[in-house]
Design a protein around this ligand. Structure first.
Ligand SMILES: [Zn+2]
Length: 153
């Protein structure tokens, strides 16, 4: 296969971290709420296990909280630069409402992105994914805590 799929693009499109080709989620549309968090057990392309251990996804709550904070910070900054804030009118509350609304609408996507980011933290890209076995979660192995390659390259 040609080329190495980019780190950020694979993350944003929620591809498997091991091969960056297989989809992490069964339904490509995150706003189909019934299937929002439905994932195959293994990557359809390389066989990478997604839920590395029971309860693995609980940690994603912190990631999604962080993303929510970052999003709100950015929208606050953008609002400040374009519309501004004043004590004499209700502009602040408009921002609060619109920001809350956007977060609500984006929630399914943020949830998926959190899972992807969380899994990317533990599983790194392997360009020989077709011939080498997928990674398993093994606390006794140091592999999972040592970065083998810079994911930004
Ligand atoms: Zn894969």
């Amino acid at each position: 296969m040609a080329g190495k799929p980019g780190f950020f693009w694979s993350l944003l499109t929620q591809k498997c971290p091991h091969c960056r080709r297989g989809d992490m989620f069964s339904n490509p549309n995150p706003w189909n709420l019934k299937e929002m968090t439905k994932m195959p057990a293994h990557c359809p392309v390389c066989g990478q296990l997604f839920e590395l251990e029971v309860g693995f996804w609980y940690g994603t709550a912190y990631v999604s909280y962080l993303l929510t904070v970052i999003f709100s910070g950015l929208s606050f900054g953008l609002w400040w630069l374009t519309i501004g804030f004043s004590l004499e009118d209700k502009r602040f509350f408009w921002w609060l409402g619109i920001n809350g609304f956007l977060l609500l609408v984006l929630q399914p996507w943020i949830m998926r992105l959190s899972r992807a980011m969380y899994l990317y933290f533990f599983v790194s890209y392997d360009e020989h994914f077709e011939s080498s076995p997928p990674k398993t979660f093994d606390y006794s192995s140091e592999d999972y805590f040592l970065k083998k390659e810079d994911p930004l390259k």
